[in-house]
Design a protein around this ligand. Structure first.
Ligand code: ZN
Ligand code: ZN
Length: 387
């Protein structure tokens, strides 16, 4: 195995864009196939870093209770994380918790496979109980004896974990052993695997995804504050988090979520929405669809011509007479909101350029080390400091 590993490293270094052992980040531990290694490292066949690595985002679809992955750069979405996304998670855990890349991979894959094995309520109940159990041990550094063991016939544990196929697998993977009706971890068991499993279990149980950064995409009206739209859950709007109707023609404005979500090209394309930011500041909502926005623009242009100049037109709206002739008050400012595919940029400020050092998805510096891993961990937890 060691020989195969070094053979792979040698081949990586012979590429037109050589991948150094430091940049290979231990990939030889999980594959001896050059093609697969390049995929995992987010590199093309010449060894060049592919830009798409930095464009993958993780989302949690609340209606489906399921993670999904979006890459705007190549207009692609997937239920399954791409290899380069997974590998970064494995490498991060391997560095942070001092575990082998192979074990980091197995922790990830074990939990990932479990996510879709049962109904979501069963999965998340199990994850919550496991996160508590493993988290307790990790938090005290395995110094508190009573945290190490759990009875398989403990009613809560039995119902949520023990009787659920596949749920206990993570415990056995990171060191728990069964003795009769007791599952326990040895007092001198390596802590790294337990810590890796604990942090991953917590993120998944919290529905923050593998990265801890998954953005929840909510179903219709979940927060109760949204005006009901009869279009929620209907074809074309099945995945739309919030449906705005045009304030002028009452047409629902499709934000493209269903197409984004399903990847189906027969889903309606997303449309632009024009939201009045002046009204928003006063707590009211005013939206225009594309068609009505065009009408509004035409009205303004005609008014400019008819009144012979901008100064007079402004006068007209300032004394309040303008609004009755127009779809909306002409002095108000509008925000142009693009369909869902481009709106993802807004959530992240579109700072995904590879040069941004604060961007956890940016290009990896050479020989990413422990410090870098801590920085990413800090970013993962919203800036919390880790020493
Ligand atoms: Zn309209
Ligand atoms: Zn307004």
């Amino acid at each position: 195995m060691a020989d195969r590993g070094s053979a792979l490293l040698a081949r990586l270094q012979q590429l037109p864009h050589p991948v150094s052992p430091a940049d290979a980040q231990g990939v030889e531990q999980v594959t001896d196939d050059l093609h697969e290694a390049l995929h995992l490292l987010g590199r093309d066949s010449t060894g060049q870093l592919t830009s798409q690595l930095s464009h993958w985002r993780e989302y949690f679809g609340v209606p489906e209770q399921r993670l999904y992955y979006v890459n705007e750069e190549i207009s692609y979405n997937s239920w399954d994380a791409p290899p380069c996304f997974k590998f970064r998670e494995w490498a991060l855990d391997s560095q942070l918790y001092g575990i082998s890349l192979r074990l980091a991979r197995d922790v990830y894959q074990t939990l990932d496979a479990f996510l879709t094995r049962h109904a979501p309520e069963v999965v998340f109940k199990a994850l919550a109980v496991l996160a508590k159990l493993v988290g307790n041990v990790a938090d005290c550094g395995n110094t508190i004896e009573r945290f190490r063991s759990v009875k398989t016939d403990n009613p809560k544990f039995q119902a949520a974990v023990w009787d659920v196929a596949g749920a206990s697998q993570i415990l056995f993977l990171v060191g728990w052993r069964q003795h009769g009706s007791t599952l326990s971890l040895a007092a001198d068991a390596p802590l790294g695997p337990v810590q890796a499993a604990a942090s991953r279990l917590r993120r998944l149980a919290d529905k923050k995804g593998h990265s801890g950064e998954a953005v929840a995409v909510k179903p219709a009206g979940e927060d109760g504050s949204r005006p009901p739209s009869p279009y929620y859950g209907t074809p074309g709007f099945r995945y739309q988090e919030q449906i705005f109707h045009c304030s002028a023609c009452d047409r629902p404005i499709n934000d493209g979520s269903e197409r984004l979500w399903t990847g189906r090209h027969d889903s309606p394309p997303g449309e632009y929405r024009y939201e009045c930011s002046t009204c928003r500041e006063t707590g009211t909502t005013f939206n225009l669809c594309q068609g009505c926005w065009d009408v509004f623009q035409t009205q303004q242009a005609q008014a400019q011509q008819g009144s012979g100049g901008g100064a007079q037109a402004q006068q007209g709206s300032r004394d309040g007479t303008g609004s009755s002739h127009f779809l909306h008050d002409r002095t108000h400012a509008f925000q142009h909101i693009g369909p869902r595919m481009s709106r993802h940029n807004d959530y992240y400020g579109n700072a995904s350029s590879s040069s941004d050092p604060s961007n956890p998805w940016g290009n990896r510096p050479r020989g990413a080390g422990y410090g870098r891993a801590l920085q990413r961990l800090s970013e993962r937890y919203g800036g919390m400091r880790f020493a």
